[in-house]
Design a protein around this ligand. Structure first.
Ligand code: SIN
Length: 286
């Protein structure tokens, strides 16, 4: 029997691939799953364009190819969720039902971050499905932390050798999400991770800091920590390590949340941006 040919087409020199030939409305063969796991390990971000919205069950089954669906991180302010929403779902949404926003992180720009990096065990992966999108903006930008580590200048590499950083998130959840707006001082959720972690699947080293949530480097005076962090952020956010995803309606996008930072560009809050997200359970980073 003829099988469909799956194809992974790179989206940028740094990371990301679009998968062609996959029909998620039909049951997948084991060889499809093997192909997807291999493509994900190689490209860190996978994008599948779809012609129609995927039911939550199909979205979840896709996530299960890569691991176990994890609990969603509770947003700082409880959100109203749509009726019948599946357990562990998170809507990244500015959509309103009865005047109330039904999702989390609804509006505005978000600086580079790693989901749940303020937890001891952050998610291994995130998977977003774009259901309603603004005409312009609201792009999601991904950065490859393995490449960023490998390209570190010697002085920066020496400065972070063996060091750990504290990550926290105390943002209320509305509006622009920047380091300045993130209330590190009162954040209740805080974790310490090595700045240089080893990717559990391939042994590559990665630069595990992010502008929005990394609060300080342990064992350094505040001004030195801040100076070093800003040099690391500027380094890892260089265009050569990035892929900018311009959403098409019904895209399904999976990213490696250990090896990627991601950010969101601004968009018109009068336009609806509504995405369904699941996270895949991770392991502590070492
Ligand atoms: C997220 O950080 O999971 C949201 C990204 C986005 O809204 O594009």
């Amino acid at each position: 029997m003829m099988t469909r040919e799956l194809e992974a087409v790179p989206l940028s020199p740094a990371l990301g691939a679009a998968i062609y030939g996959l029909d998620l409305t039909r049951p997948l063969e084991e060889e499809d799953r093997v192909f997807l796991r291999k493509a994900w390990a190689e490209h860190l971000v996978l994008v599948i364009h779809n012609d129609a919205p995927l039911p939550a069950e199909v979205h979840m089954d896709f996530c299960r190819i890569f691991g176990e669906i994890g609990a969603r991180a509770r947003p700082t302010q409880a959100r109203h969720e749509p009726e019948g929403a599946p357990q562990n779902v998170m809507y990244v949404s500015n959509k309103r039902e009865n005047g109330r926003i039904i999702g989390s992180i609804p509006d505005g720009e978000m600086e580079f971050h790693i989901d749940q990096s303020y937890m001891e065990v952050p998610a291994k992966a995130g998977c977003l499905h774009g259901l309603e999108l603004p005409a312009e903006g609201g792009d999601t930008i991904f950065g490859n932390l393995c490449l960023a580590y490998e390209a570190l200048p010697d002085d920066l590499r020496r400065a972070i050798e063996g060091r750990r950083a504290v990550t926290s998130y105390g943002h209320g959840g509305y509006g622009i999400q920047t380091r300045n707006a993130n209330d590190h001082s009162t954040a209740t959720r805080r974790a310490s991770h090595p700045i240089v972690c080893t990717h559990p699947d391939n042994g590559r080293r990665l630069l595990y800091v992010n502008r929005l949530m990394t609060e300080r480097i342990e064992g350094l005076p505040d001004d030195e920590s801040e100076d070093l962090l800003f040099r690391l952020f500027a380094h890892q956010e260089q265009a050569e390590f990035l892929y900018v995803h311009k959403w098409r309606r019904y895209d399904l996008l999976l990213w490696d949340n250990r090896a990627c930072i991601h950010a969101r560009t601004d968009f018109d809050p009068a336009q609806t941006r509504h995405l369904r997200r699941f996270s895949i359970r991770g392991h502590a980073l070492t």
